[in-house]
Design a protein around this ligand. Sequence first.
Ligand SMILES: NC(=O)C1=CN([C@@H]2O[C@H](COP(=O)(O)OP(=O)(O)OC[C@H]3O[C@@H](n4cnc5c(N)ncnc54)[C@H](O)[C@@H]3O)[C@@H](O)[C@H]2O)C=CC1
Ligand SMILES: O=C(O)[C@H]1O[C@H](OP(=O)(O)OP(=O)(O)OC[C@H]2O[C@@H](n3ccc(=O)[nH]c3=O)[C@H](O)[C@@H]2O)[C@H](O)[C@@H](O)[C@@H]1O
Length: 433
Amino acid sequence: MKLAVIGTGYVGLVSGTCFADLGNEVICVDKLEDKVERLNRYDIPIYEPGLEELVRKNHQRDRLSFTTDIHSAVHHADIVLIAVGTPETESGAADMSFVYKVAEEIGESIEDDKYRVIVNKSTVPVGTAEKVEDLIKKQQPNANINVCSVPEFLREGSAVKDTFHPDRIIIGASDKRAESMLLELHSPLTDQIVVTDPRSSEMIKYASNAFLATKISFINEIANICDAYDADIKAVAEGMGLDNRIGPKFLNAGIGYGGSCFPKDVKALKHLAEERNYQPDILQAVMDVNEKQSHRMVEHLDRIFDGDIKGMTVAILGLAFKPNTDDMREAPSVKIIHELTEKGASVRAVDPIAANNARTLLPEDVHIVEDALEAIKDADAAFLVTEWDEFKKITADDFKRLLKQPVVIDGRNVFDRDLFKENGIIYHGIGRK
Ligand SMILES: NC(=O)C1=CN([C@@H]2O[C@H](COP(=O)(O)OP(=O)(O)OC[C@H]3O[C@@H](n4cnc5c(N)ncnc54)[C@H](O)[C@@H]3O)[C@@H](O)[C@H]2O)C=CC1
Ligand SMILES: O=C(O)[C@H]1O[C@H](OP(=O)(O)OP(=O)(O)OC[C@H]2O[C@@H](n3ccc(=O)[nH]c3=O)[C@H](O)[C@@H]2O)[C@H](O)[C@@H](O)[C@@H]1O
């Protein structure tokens, strides 16, 4: 099939490349000339394991190309995927200006009566498929199109794997012909395909992200209660997760969820509810717990030093919002570092790949170093903020030898608490002192 993919962020670039790899002819469009130029040189603007080889392979086979010309891409396509950003606005609602602009541009690009399926892959409010259809038809009243919703569920850092092996595909189809084309496109990926209407499909995406965020805030709340009673959240989560109805995933307590999606999507869903005069109390609580959670590490440090942390040097291990990405959007590290510097501490930070993206978000006097052991050396305390594999390998002995004071605050509960304590380290995890 011939595909046009509009937007080459995580979703557009990864899904476009994967569909090309499955044998489709894919043109990826971005409005940013320098991004398109970089992509044509296989200089991939995001860090995503496996992506570069896949782009190179399919580009060289002439199945995948990059352009700024939306007009010719839409003209060529049987299916147009919209994958532009839907960031949050001040009110918490999704900013739909990029999607609406693309809809208008698609309308302007359609000049013939060929049948095309337009697909929203961006995470969008319920009712957007209808709005996009209206906008396209406003530009081109005779456009022979159906607008559908196929939300994306990939995770950053494992985007290629998630796209080739999805748990499920949701197709929100507005018409039988569109449904069968989308089934044909997606059937090589999985048998687990749910076909529904566009509105339900749009809601499935928000509800899924909100549910995962709820699981995280729930376990963080239990961790905070564990803290107060000297129970161990790791044991608690393991015990809970063995119940099939609960499941073990997304029960890692820590410093709250970040990233480009959970924070904005929970807010956007809340906003959607309030627009229809429904007060979503659970979503509000999820956000409130998450907001508080990023302060836990500094609270632990304060507890150890009776609030007197002025003049200390704290080593920050990890800046990205999670491992295997250089994405700094809503990364808890930013809040933690600002809190430390506001309290008069100095910060020495390290991250394998996110340091460049982090620089402008951090106070100027934060010292970013290349190596974890260099960050720790002579610091008064170390904070494990992002659980990169290379940080997990730091031993109790390394901390003991290099830190000025053997204080380790483990924001992701990855170190062996008992071993660290046996080695004389003052170890605090989240919900496991
Ligand atoms: N990042 C992720 O892991 C996931 C994101 N999503 C959703 O997918 C959507 C896209 O997210 P990302 O890929 O992270 O976006 P992004 O913000 O990283 O990239 C969007 C791209 O679209 C381009 N663009 C904007 N307007 C354009 C136009 N008129 N014509 C051509 N290109 C245009 C931008 O230049 C940019 O390169 C969002 O709604 C997001 O919530 C869904 C699942 C996973
Ligand atoms: O809509 C999206 O953009 C995507 O959002 C998330 O993917 P992502 O943000 O890449 O990362 P996750 O692995 O889900 O982690 C999100 C945040 O939750 C935190 N988290 C995750 C799991 C956990 O047990 N505990 C926890 O604190 C992570 O540290 C991170 O800050 C979802 O997992 C994807 O399914 C979805 O497609």
